[in-house]
Every structure is written in structure tokens, then in C-alpha cells.
Design a protein around this ligand. Structure first.
Ligand code: DLZ
Length: 156
């Protein structure tokens, strides 16, 4: 395999996304958070050239269903990358841990078995404020980050 000097790698720019098609699966639980993640994701995809008609958004009831939704999208030949967006907020029972672990393992498995990348946009927070901070608040927007990751990985 040909080798490059480190300085020949472009590790800062985001590729042009104007020829890419994206699937986005977003969970309906905690809609004020996931809606903000979706806004950030779509606007960042478009900022890098993706056409609105090439960003296909589907909703699922909760984060656990993100795995099924993403899997269905990976079976569709047309996508360059799939992004999942959800938010799980810790409650009083271990449910939080099961959902977070399930989604993490499900998405990891999809990445190991499908031909396109599935980008992990699941917020797992102790409370609502931590989620708001990461959905357009003081710590940025996880949806923006996922859009950039999807564009970069689509070019992999
Ligand atoms: C049941 C549940 C709970 C308690 N909390 C959340 C949450 O914080 N975020 C989320 O996206 N979904 C939650 N759900 C719903 C589950 O993800 C799933 O939809 C149900 O268990 C049905 O499979």
C-alpha cells in the first residue's frame, strides 16, 4: 500500500457533501432535545453542501428503536451514511443503563456488519440540563458533530 507523509493528510477539512445521501433516524422521546439535535444535524449537512432532498429523516418512538430504524436504512442501497439521534435521561430505575447499553451495542454491531457507517448521536445524560447543554447549549450540538462525522465517514 502507498504511504504518505503525515503532512500530506488533510485532517481538518470536511469533504463536500453535495453528492451524498443521508438517512437520519431520530427518537421522539425528549423531543425538545432530539428536535434540537435534528436541527443542528440537518443544518450542518446542508452547510457542507448536502441537498435537502438528499437528507431523509424518519422518526422512531424511543431510542431503543433507533437500532431497527438504522438497520432498515443500511439495507437501502441509496445511503452514504446513516445518523441516529436520541436522548436518554437517567431516571430512578436501571432502565437507563439497559437502553444505553442496548443502543450502543446495536449501533456498534451495525457498524461492524453493514456497508455504510452508522453515526452514534445518542445523548446519555444524568439530567435534562446536561442534555440541553449538548443540544445547542453551552457545550455545542451533538447533531452538528454527527453531521460532520457522517460526511467524513461517507468518504472513507
Ligand atoms: C422507556 C424509556 C425511558 C424510561 N426513557 C427513555 C429515554 O430517556 N429516552 C428515550 O429515547 N427512550 C426512553 N424510553 C423508551 C425506549 O427507548 C423504548 O422506546 C421503549 O422501551 C419501547 O421499546
Amino acid at each position: 500500500m502507498a504511504t504518505k507523509n503525515l503532512s500530506e493528510y488533510d485532517i481538518t477539512t470536511v469533504p463536500d457533501a453535495s453528492n451524498m445521501i443521508f438517512g437520519v433516524v431520530v427518537a421522539e422521546w425528549n423531543p425538545e432535545i432530539t428536535g434540537a439535535l435534528l436541527d443542528g444535524c440537518v443544518s450542518t449537512l446542508e452547510k457542507h453542501g448536502a441537498l435537502p432532498e438528499n437528507i431523509h429523516v424518519k422518526t422512531v418512538p424511543g431510542s431503543f428503536e433507533l437500532i431497527y430504524g438504522a438497520h432498515q436504512m443500511t439495507l437501502n442501497d441509496g445511503y452514504d451514511a446513516v445518523i441516529i439521534l436520541g436522548c436518554v435521561i437517567r431516571g430512578e430505575t436501571p432502565h437507563f443503563d439497559y437502553i444505553c447499553q442496548g443502543v450502543t451495542e446495536g449501533v456498534a454491531r451495525l457498524n461492524a456488519t453493514s456497508n455504510i457507517p452508522v453515526v452514534f448521536g445518542l445523548l446519555t445524560t444524568n439530567d435534562q440540563q446536561q442534555a440541553l447543554d449538548r443540544a445547542g447549549g453551552r457545550l455545542g450540538n451533538k447533531g452538528d458533530e454527527c453531521a460532520v462525522v457522517a460526511i467524513k465517514m461517507a468518504k472513507f
